[in-house]
Design a protein. Sequence first.
Length: 238
Amino acid sequence: MRIAVINPNTTASMTERIAAAARSVADAGTEIVGRQPKVGPAAIEGPFDGALSVPGLLREIIAAEADGADAHIIACFDDTGLDAARAVATRPVIGIGEASFHAVSLVAHSFCVVTTLSRSAPVIEDNILRYGFGRRCRKVFASDIPVLELENPETRAVDTISGFIEQAVAIGAEGIALGCAGMAEFAFELQTKHEIPVVDGVSAAVGLAQTLVHCRLSSSKRGIWASPTRVDVLESFR
């Protein structure tokens, strides 16, 4: 099985970290292929960056299918371009945000999200409502750590996130979803420290993608994810 893990931003170091996190939980027979657009924002920190990243993301989805991908993972917690990606793909497409909400709801009755910047929180809150998790999610906390600073040890990001988890527990959260692919490496440490489930969306998405492939399932082509008739329009962005 081959899974394309697509980082919608253009930062190679982040793509490498995300792919490494995916490989650490993938089955022995699963090949993880990390991909990123050639052109787009260096980080996705709100709706403007998200909109800029979609054409490059869709090109990577199409290219990954041509390379034989059995499933795709969009490694942005905002689930950037998810509906459009499901329309152009013939294989299953998993967004790490949606994957996180499903996974944490299976192991915790209520949960909170800890994400990066404040301007990203409304996008996540809207997705939570759209996916039907509004009654399970207590709050989305913004750490106000920029995405690309998560890998900088001097920011002590894991300690900041840990502080927000303490606040989440205090308001009744039984589980946590880490709201950025760049937080993947912190999940086990934080879960051990706080003794509640801490879900990394990359890991959750890998598990779900493998399950869908094994079950021979992909996105319905009736309705919103029907195959588009204007895929060629992407050529104008090259």
